[in-house]
Ligand binder design. Structure first.
Ligand SMILES: [Fe+2]
Length: 286
């Protein structure tokens, strides 16, 4: 998620906020990417697509195939033609983290902010802030799926109310455990669709194969009440049966009373099983 962060690096393209518009958008400046940057993208892309074939949701795989961006850092102008025709979404370039209200406004208007810089060579396996590889490879394929695309817009719309009700932490946990670290089992095995997983070599395998980690069936209120890890693999994952379930979870629920009931309480620690939880059994049952 893109939340405000004052820690900005001055190196290269990273975090250049000067000249950004009021909505924090900047030009992608595609022509400024060097051959080394495109080569880094190609290597990241090749590694992750190989893992994704086994562990990622089919929507990720079909999205990546349609985006056709194995050969170098994609030009958003080209991507936007495809995205616009498929679901009406558009990518906008941003320098990195942007304020929450601005982020929600982009989503509510089917604009997805994508960081315009790529990680350094030493950050191939891990980086703190999202870069263009995380934002594009992890998030954009799902924006081609009509149901997920509608969910993302609805999530943006929910943001304003969460801010007004001082319940942003609760809503942000929905994003974290779905858009970033979500798993799904539509009847043919456990697969990842969350961008934080899909763009991570280690967590793509861990989240779908580890026999010990807690996996629960998706339940929106439980998700909103669960803390998460920001600097290591998740201790808990929530598993959808379908993306319709995700969209319905956001559209059908009245979040107001839920915020009022839980916003003052400490979240449940990640990784703890509680009464009433529905464990995901799926393909790990054997
Ligand atoms: Fe992300």
């Amino acid at each position: 998620m893109k939340t405000p962060n004052s820690a900005k690096s001055a190196s290269g393209l990273r975090g250049t906020y000067e000249g950004a518009a009021a909505d924090y958008t900047v030009a992608q400046a595609w022509e400024r990417y060097t051959p080394e940057m495109h080569d880094r993208w190609r290597r990241l892309y090749a590694r992750q697509t190989e893992l994704a074939k086994r562990h990622a949701a089919p929507q990720i795989l079909s999205g990546l195939a349609a985006l056709d961006c194995a050969d170098g850092i994609p030009d958003f102008a080209r991507t936007n033609v495809l995205l616009g025709a498929a679901t009406g979404w558009q990518l906008v370039a941003v320098p990195g983290f942007i304020p929450d209200d601005c982020f929600f406004d982009h989503l509510a208007n089917r604009r997805f902010p994508v960081t315009n810089w790529i990680r350094e060579e030493r950050e191939l396996d891990y980086l703190v802030e999202p870069d263009i590889f995380h934002d594009f490879f992890g998030h954009v394929p799902m924006l081609l799926d009509p149901t997920f695309a509608s969910f993302m817009q609805a999530y943006g719309g929910a943001g304003r109310r969460a801010i007004a009700m001082d319940a942003l932490d609760m809503l942000a946990r929905i994003y974290w455990y779905t858009v970033e670290f979500g798993l799904i089992d539509e009847g043919f095995g456990l697969k990842a669709y969350g961008a934080g997983i899909v763009s991570s070599a280690g967590e793509l395998v861990f989240s779908t194969e580890d026999a010990q980690v807690l996996r629960l069936e998706f339940e929106p209120v439980r998700v909103m009440r669960t803390a998460y890890n920001i600097d290591r693999f998740q201790s808990c994952y929530f598993v959808l049966e379908s993306f319709d379930e995700l969209l319905k979870g956001l559209v059908d629920l009245d979040f107001g009373p839920i915020y009022e009931r839980w916003r003052e309480t400490e979240p449940l620690p990640a990784g703890e099983f509680h009464d009433g939880d529905r464990p995901y059994r799926g393909n790990l049952q054997a």
